[in-house]
Design a protein around this ligand. Structure first.
Ligand SMILES: [Zn+2]
Length: 131
């Protein structure tokens, strides 16, 4: 963890991605049951700073999605692809849908978290694979 000074601003999220890659995805839950994700340290709903780690559910459900045919430079080698917002119960994750034709993605589809590496940037990104 000493060679990442340039990424200090999102180090908490990098740690989360690393944990998720190992199959240990979690979310932060306050005493009122609101979910959020690192690097947050304050509940976005009620302002509580008493956040505990809870296991992320195995699967979530696609709430909304968009299919990108002309990607941003960071993902130019990955197009076309679908980006989806997935409801994991207490938290929502936004990621790239993998392992399925982007045109076949639909609302309500059950997906599981799969951390993937961008073909373009080599960085870890949130992947969502149909469960
Ligand atoms: Zn809260």
């Amino acid at each position: 963890m000493s060679d990442s000074e340039n990424e200090v601003h999102d180090a908490g999220f990098d740690d989360w991605l690393a944990a998720a890659e190992e199959g240990d995805a979690y979310y932060l839950e306050c005493a009122n049951g609101h979910g959020s994700l690192p690097p947050r340290r304050v509940c976005p709903d009620c302002g509580s700073t008493d956040l505990a780690e809870a296991d992320l559910p195995e699967t979530g459900e696609i709430q909304t999605f968009t299919v990108t045919h002309v990607p941003t430079p960071a993902f130019e080698d990955d197009a076309p692809y679908a980006t989806a917002v997935v409801d994991f119960g207490s938290v929502r994750l936004t990621g790239q849908v993998v392992g399925i034709d982007p045109e076949a993605v639909e609302t309500g589809l059950s997906v599981e978290l799969e951390i993937t590496v961008s073909e373009t940037t080599g960085e870890r990104v949130i992947g969502l694979r149909p469960a």
